[in-house]
Design a protein around this ligand. Sequence first.
Ligand SMILES: [Fe+2]
Length: 380
Amino acid sequence: MRYDRQWSFHNPVKVTFGPGITSALAAPASCERGAYFTSPGFTERGLTDKLAALFSGCNLDIIDDVRPNPGITDVEAYRARLQGRGIQFVVGVGGGSVLDTAKALSYLLSIEDPGFSLRTHFNDKESLPDNRPLPLIAVPTTAGTGSEVTPFATIWDMAEKKKHSLARPDLFPAAALLDPELTLTLPREITVTTALDVLSHALESVWNHNANPVTIGLAARAIDIFLSTLPCLLDDPQNLDYRSKMLTASLFGGLAISSTRTALAHSISYPVTAVLGAPHGLACGFTLPALLEFNLQGDQEGHLEATASMAGCGSAGALAEKIRAVFKEAGVGELMARYEMTKQNILKLAPEMFTPERAGNNMRAPDLQDLERILSASSL
Ligand SMILES: [Fe+2]
């Protein structure tokens, strides 16, 4: 791997990590009214009231019906509900869907023009008004998304089976609070699929035209933690140290893609999620070993070999084998069967899998035949 290249890395999110750290939740200075986004499950477990109580002396509008894979209609409805209520800051407590929703609203609530439509922006590629997003506090409750440290949010158009990305250089959250205690009760399937998202972010940032020594260092550490921790965590899901390691790996993966963005595995994932309903991490994780082998052929600068070595695997080939072994142990094949990710179902989606802004980041450009080979090698 060569280091004599020009590169830059910027991430302005103030990250605080630690068991119980969410007890430090508070409104930003001089803010009196906020919008608090979370999922119904979080409220059912009594955690919404507990965390909302920390914002003493502050008025909170609590939105606890955020659904997985938020749609344009959902975020526009939240905007209509909250507009004019004097919201000064936004809090998101949840997985990737909640954080992306909160992030989208931190921007949309800064726009007073009632004529602005997010749908028109996405459909007509209309430019975004130059409004500064409201301060956002992001609290991930899964170890996978990395959204707490990125400047983009995934928003779906489910009617069109299409995924959009709301992205702005100033869309980073102001603060991220990472409390591994919040991940202790995650069920096995979510633990596995979100961990697959961690690995996807790490690898996607390496086989990426925008990779640099900082992102590769972060990615290698995330891969190392994923490989050594996931099997132990599945055997002992209440282990706070394992949960802390996976949340740290998730942070590292998020930091890496905050600079590089994602690549082909994510591009492949969108129709798999939209059509088959596969969870995001599973949809972008199942192709990783085959994609690693594909990209190895175009890795002029030796990024993958360097990453494998830093992750303690010796060679990129050995890394692919190790990933396959961990997938087997984690039951990835069984999960794929649950979402009917058969060769036939997956290959049908191949023509929809080239999202230019994602696939274009990939270090080796695939044609449709390459893609079909990767998919055939990866699906059931
Ligand atoms: Fe992802």
